[in-house]
Design a protein around this ligand. Sequence first.
Ligand code: FBP
Length: 249
Amino acid sequence: MIKLNKILQKRRAFFLAYDQGLEHGPTDFNDKNVNPEYIIDIAKKGDYTGVIFQKGIAEKYNVLIKKSKVPLILKLNGKTNLVKGEPVSRQLCSVREAVKLGADAVGYTIYLGSEYESIMLKGFEKIQREAHAKGLPVIAWIYPRGKSIKGKSSKELMAYSARTGLEIGADIIKIKYNGNVKDLKWAVKNAGKTKVVIAGGMKKGERVLLKQVKEIIEAGCIGLAIGRNVWQDKKPLEITKKIKKVIWK
Ligand code: FBP
């Protein structure tokens, strides 16, 4: 039995993502949000349905994370953005370690279309099997990347990402929204019983962000896994409140 309810509230998801320190480097941070304690505090006060960390932060700040009672989603693979060329994200943490750290779900990135796609698909197969054996839900970040996706439409790629999530046994997929609600509806249909959440992306204006959240819900997604648009905001708890109003309207 996969325990999906632990990371949902009233069937909706609102995850606070904080793995950008590895994926992008510290360029995303300022004096406040560079500190993981600041993020844990937002996740707790904002009553997020999950907070996403890599293993290192989950280990070093474990006491605080547990005290916050925010469900932990542990990212199992990752990479920096310093290496150029076709992307590959390798496993950096095991399901067993995630369980030890108190994870309620695990996450794994697949760069669909990359020359190294098969490495990530195979890696996903392993962690999906191990996580499901322990009842842990698996969230797949599915991001089309690499030379071979050039010329393909964003509609096609979004739907292909969603369908891949269903085919490989993800419980939730995290994809990027191309801004066209009709295209997103098609992607959600393709995901079938796999649930869909949308990534936040670079910081944008509040009006644009809230309009997108409305469309995401209208398209049938269960919510968001958002990072920079919240913790780069001057008032993260205010923007949190506004987003939640749209998600749980
Ligand atoms: P944001 O809401 O800040 O975009 O975070 C979502 C996320 O998927 C993170 O989990 C991850 O670190 C980052 O985006 C990866 O973004 P990209 O590979 O597009 O640079």
